[in-house]
Design a protein around this ligand. Structure first.
Ligand code: PBG
Ligand code: ZN
Length: 323
């Protein structure tokens, strides 16, 4: 019997030779949540295995990550005080600036990405400054303070900036602020196609960033829109983004493929908090073979066209790849 497909599946070495997609620890960026205080490591109820950590704990965590072959992190800050403009993110001794400096000092070779946004720092939980007349986020006022925040991250010594607020024109604004501010070599990873998604729920618990009124639908994308998703990413490319991103990942793999086919820039996916929580809780309940389903999910991101995976699973993936 002529066996067209089974012939190459009989031997594990041959299977490895014909395997089209590979995973490596080099593909991953691991998210870390830095909070104020000392000796704090609080597990997030909705995301078992994910913690809010004070800086001393973050430094220990970075040492563990390096041992596992994970050399890239994305940092989110949880400040002690929040106000209407997110002042903590606009000063050189705020939570993120302090964390970047300390990590760079102790782990100079760790590649640090900072999430640039305001929702974790504002008392209203929106991703920018509020225009009270129109009860919405003021795009251009937010661009101005985003440029300030970028320079603070740059001065602290960050390796790459990732603006996540979805303001129109953000990449152009940050690129020129960094160029003029003396940081022409600092790359920008754009959250270029970011949908308004229920999958961010657990993250907003961790970062304490639930909007106090309204929602994010005037700045984040409608999940129903495919053409607009491609346009958003291409617009960021034209404004000077170095890396593009699709977020969330699982329900949007068609968009990952679409963006992949419309750009030659590197492409990241953000495997978000709700996606992590679904697998984690299903695994803990004994409903799925967790490790297997997780690795299958990760390879799906690469197969869809992603180069980079931002994921809370990164440490588990590294452990399995090392076996
Ligand atoms: C901040 C930000 C969010 C995420 C990354 N950066 C939350 C949001 O837009 O509400 C989501 C990450 C996740 O769910 O894991 N703008
Ligand atoms: Zn935000």
């Amino acid at each position: 019997m002529f066996q067209r497909f089974r012939r190459t599946r009989q031997n594990k070495h041959l299977s490895a030779l014909v395997r089209e997609t590979q995973l490596s620890t080099n593909d991953f960026i691991y998210p870390l949540f830095v909070t104020f205080g000392e000796g704090i490591k609080t597990e997030v109820a909705s995301m078992p295995g994910v913690f809010q950590m004070s800086l001393d704990e973050i430094l220990k965590e970075c040492a563990d990550l390096k041992k596992m072959g994970l050399n890239s992190i994305i940092l989110f800050g949880i400040p002690e005080t929040k106000d209407s403009i997110g002042s903590d993110s606009l000063c050189d001794n705020g939570i993120i600036a302090t964390a970047v400096k300390a990590i760079k000092k102790e782990h100079p070779e760790m590649f640090i990405v900072t999430d640039l946004c305001f929702c974790e720092y504002t008392d209203h939980g929106h991703c920018g400054i509020i225009d009270h007349v129109h009860e919405t986020v003021d795009n251009d006022a937010t661009l101005e303070i985003s440029a300030q925040q970028a320079l603070i991250h740059a001065r602290a010594g960050v390796d790459m900036i990732a603006p996540s607020g979805m303001m129109d024109g953000i990449i152009e604004t940050l690129r020129s602020a960094l160029d003029e501010g003396g940081y022409p070599n600092l790359p920008i990873m754009a959250y270029s196609t970011k949908f308004s998604s229920g999958y961010y729920g657990p993250f907003r618990d961790v970062a304490d960033s639930v909007p106090s009124f309204g929602d994010r639908t005037t700045y984040q994308m409608d999940p129903a829109n495919r053409r607009e998703a491609i346009n958003e990413s291409i617009a960021d490319e034209m404004q000077g983004a170095d890396i593009l991103m699709v977020k969330p990942a699982l329900a949007y793999l068609d968009i990952v493929r679409d963006v992949r086919e419309n750009t030659s820039l590197p492409l990241a996916v953000y495997n978000v908090s709700g996606e992590y929580a679904m697998l984690k809780h299903a695994g803990n309940a004994g409903l799925i073979d967790y490790n297997r389903v997780m690795m299958e999910t990760m390879i799906g991101f690469k197969r869809a066209g992603a180069d980079i995976i931002i994921s809370y699973h990164a440490k588990e993936v590294a452990t399995l790849l090392g076996k």
